[in-house]
Design a protein around this ligand. Structure first.
Ligand SMILES: Cc1cc2nc3c(=O)[nH]c(=O)nc-3n(C[C@H](O)[C@H](O)[C@H](O)COP(=O)(O)O)c2cc1C
Length: 379
């Protein structure tokens, strides 16, 4: 078996551990990225922002483009359907925000997005995909900033796009392609198909990053061994569990580590998470944002229903401190949770919502897919 990759090369950008925090809308803001990054080396991608929002200087978009002072590598995922907007947005990211890596979202399964031909629907239009990728690469090249793309297997099992997308990415100068081993139709249901990741590895020369259902560091190692991927992208597995990045860094360094924080250590991380969010967005909004993380942090611990409900309504750091003080700090990590899925799963979509006549041709060049200024539903 070939040795595990000890780093990830994205064009000129060297990432010391071949592990990427998946962009997750509403989650991977500066606060969460910092907590994860403190645990180990890797690449930590900002939540998705829209090209049009950035180009039109939309305030919400600008507020999302915040980086922690310790973030030495700034990585952002752009959403876009129009080569002109994507090119301009990529240029703004490099010139004004000093970004070191731009990822493009071609995987979002949300009907609101695919209905307009965006996200996971877009790779069906091979010509348009090439135009968008080339526009982004041309815009970032003068800054030496690599562009990557993230996609799914296709619309559904009868309309697979990932192999073509990989070839087009390679021909367009894209530095790597990340594949979530599900179709748009599957959304988050079922199991990620790692064999498809292996097929993409065989199909292209650029690095392939494997994504889907990595709940423990050992899963990431197994995925790389099975598929030959150059690295992994980790999403839901790290929800309420920034420590997973410590285990991942160890695993790719050849050591087996499973960090099992006590409930007291989890509470300290929860407090820091809420505090960081408050620093970035103000205490009231920060605490509200924090609420969605509570059940992930406490997953499997004994903490009672009333306490959980109060934590999920927390509106200030002082209130949070009071509630966290009621947790038993010595309670050990619920090892039964290891390897278990977390975050959204749901069921497959009855059908993929697409623009009228979308499947009629596979080129799409020159078609004007209308872009939203703010699209925050992610992938
Ligand atoms: C809450 C949430 C938000 C997401 N937002 C995005 C996004 O903005 N862009 C994207 O490419 N993928 C997004 N995704 C998909 C993840 O990046 C990842 O591809 C997917 O969760 C599969 O990986 P996992 O099994 O490790 O979670 C999101 C996923 C979740 C759960």
């Amino acid at each position: 078996m070939p040795p595990l990759p000890d780093h990830l090369q994205l064009g000129p950008l060297r990432v010391e551990t071949p592990v990427v925090l998946a962009p997750m809308a509403g989650i991977t803001n500066a606060a969460f990225r910092r907590l994860c990054a403190e645990q180990g080396a890797g690449l930590y991608v900002c939540e998705m922002i829209t090209s049009r929002g950035l180009v039109e200087r939309d305030e919400t978009t600008r507020r999302m483009l915040v980086f922690d002072e310790l973030e030495s590598v700034r990585s952002v995922q752009l959403y876009g359907t129009d080569p002109v907007y994507v090119g301009k947005a990529a240029e703004i990211l490099c010139a004004e925000y000093g970004v070191h890596h731009v990822d493009l979202n071609f995987g979002c399964p949300v009907p609101k997005v695919t209905r307009k031909g965006g996200g996971g629907a877009l790779p069906w239009k091979r010509g348009l995909l090439a135009e968008i990728l080339r526009a982004a690469v041309a815009a970032t090249a003068p800054y030496g900033v690599p562009v990557t793309m993230k996609t799914r297997k296709g619309l559904d099992d009868d309309h697979l796009t990932y192999l073509d997308a990989g070839r087009i990415a390679q021909e367009s100068g894209v530095a790597a392609i990340a594949l979530h081993g599900r179709t748009v139709q599957q959304a988050y249901s079922g199991e990620a198909d790692w064999e498809a990741i292996g097929r993409l590895v065989d199909h292209v020369d650029i690095p392939v990053l494997g994504n889907g259902d990595l709940w423990e560091a050992a899963d990431a190692v197994r995925m790389v061994e099975q598929t030959g991927a150059a690295g992994v992208v980790v999403g839901r597995g790290c929800l309420g569990r920034p420590w997973l990045f410590r285990d991942l860094a160890a695993a790719f360094g050849g050591r087996e580590v499973t960090t099992l924080p006590t409930l007291g250590e989890v509470a300290v991380m929860m407090r820091r998470h809420a505090e960081r969010l408050s620093e970035h967005m103000g205490e009231e909004r920060g605490c509200k944002e924090f609420r969605k993380h509570v059940s992930w942090y406490l997953k499997g611990f004994r903490a009672g229903g009333r306490l959980r409900r109060s934590l999920a309504l927390v509106d200030s750091l002082a209130a949070l401190d009071e509630l966290l003080a009621d947790l038993d700090p010595s309670e050990p990590f619920p090892v039964g949770e290891l390897g278990a899925a977390r975050g959204r799963q749901g069921s497959p979509r009855a059908r993929v919502v697409l623009p009228e006549g979308w499947l009629d041709d596979t080129d799409g060049r020159g078609s004007h897919v209308r872009e939203d200024t703010t699209e925050t539903t992610g992938g």
